[in-house]
Design a protein around this ligand. Structure first.
Ligand SMILES: [Zn+2]
Length: 400
């Protein structure tokens, strides 16, 4: 008779073995036993199970430390695939990866701001379908779908409670996607997802305490404390884009006033640029006729080509990002702040402004050097984060 406790111990040990192989990339059974302190027969038994399940593979003989040459092990990249979807406010990006996060296929489509909910969900389903059509043959097929959503999410139920920039309320997205594809689905707020992505695949890998700032149409943050995502009492932590930085300001669409994201997001950049153009400012790249066509990517592109108005706009947004980041550092004392999403593409312009604000205004920065970096996953942070929602579950519970 196997007791529930014994099953749990086995489950935990199996997850330890699987994660050791992932972290070491190539390791022998004896190496795992030595590294984890588990006894050799337990390791052998669990490795055999993981091989049968297609999650681990043998790759030939390694160097001997005296005696027989050991058989080396790796995560089986052909063990299965994962789909990650970054549902943005004005785009959807879908990626298909193997079990170690190598991107095998990807596609990004633009969506119109304020597009009808049913239409957006239809496009999202179609992109998942396309990812499945492009999946190679693997042992376990598609092992899960992760979706990052720009709003507050009940991640346990997979319910989008409110996505102000999409104008969604109470959308049971997990249920809808699971119903359609009969595959396990994980949904979370896009900034949480981005933070998890940085922890698994980005510059946060070696870092236990960091804040990921998703600076896109709005601003969201994902908070990693002691190596794990901090969700708060009911999973809604991190809505720091809606922290007040101006008590004399107008209403935000969240119901508060003077929210950070109204000063430091893509939308704030557009508002700033429009105001400049209305005042008659123009240069060789941007003039009053371009108002309708402007978007953040285009402004960043113009700035890199030398448009002074675009550079000034991005500097202004950089300073405003810095003001919110000062607050974050004062609250959390993180090792690192990672800036992701669209505005991170203007790293060369915004980062010096942020650093300047932080060094001038942040109280604890004088005593503790915080690294401020931009995401190297850039536009993939959200989608890779959605992938890591699935992969983190898989590596925590190899049986799933
Ligand atoms: Zn707000």
């Amino acid at each position: 008779m196997v007791t529930a406790d014994q099953l749990l111990v086995k489950q935990i040990n199996k997850s330890i073995v699987l994660n050791t192989i992932r972290k070491k990339e190539v390791i022998s059974r004896a190496g795992i036993a030595e590294f984890t302190g588990l006894n050799k027969s337990t390791v052998s038994f669990l490795v055999d199970e993981l091989i049968k399940e297609g999650l681990v593979k043998e790759i030939g003989l390694g160097e001997s430390k005296g005696g027989r040459k050991p058989i080396m092990l790796m995560i089986n990249d052909k063990g299965g695939c994962v789909i990650g979807v970054d549902l943005g406010v004005n785009y959807i990006l879908s990626v298909l990866t193997d079990l170690v996060g190598n991107v095998l296929w990807e596609k990004k489509i633009d969506i119109r701001l304020g597009e009808d909910k049913e239409k957006v969900i239809g496009l999202l389903m179609r992109l998942i379908e396309e990812a499945m059509e492009n999946a190679p043959r693997t042992v376990n097929g598609i092992m899960g779908i992760g979706v990052g959503v720009p709003g507050i999410v009940d991640y346990r139920k997979g319910l989008v409670l409110m996505a102000p920039n999409l104008k969604w309320k109470d959308v049971p997205l997990k249920e809808m996607v699971e119903e359609r594809f009969k595959i396990k689905v994980y949904i979370d707020n896009e900034a949480n997802v981005g933070a998890v992505g940085e922890k698994w695949f980005g510059i946060g890998v070696e870092c236990s305490n960091f804040i990921y700032v998703s600076a896109g149409i709005g601003i969201g943050t994902g908070i990693i404390i002691n190596g794990a995502l901090y969700r708060g009492a009911s999973g809604l932590a991190g809505e720091i884009g809606h922290v007040t930085i101006n008590i004399y300001d107008e209403l935000c669409n969240c119901g508060n006033i003077g929210c950070w994201e109204n000063y430091a997001s893509e939308r704030a950049l557009l508002d700033y640029m429009r105001a400049q153009l209305k005042q008659g400012k123009q240069d060789d790249y941007i003039n009053s006729e371009s108002i309708g066509d402007l978007n953040a990517l285009r402004i960043i592109d113009f700035a890199h080509k030398g448009s002074n108005i675009a550079i000034e706009g991005l500097k202004e947004i950089g300073r405003n990002l810095g003001i919110g980041i000062v607050n974050l550092i004062n609250i959390f004392n993180p090792e690192m702040v990672i800036i992701g999403n669209t505005l991170s593409l203007a790293e060369d312009i915004i980062l010096p402004e942020i650093l300047d604000e932080v060094s001038k205004k942040c109280f604890i920065y004088k005593y503790h050097d915080v690294k401020i970096r931009t995401s190297k996953l850039n536009f993939h942070a959200g989608a890779m984060g959605a992938v890591s929602l699935v992969i983190s579950k898989l590596f925590a519970h190899p049986e799933f």
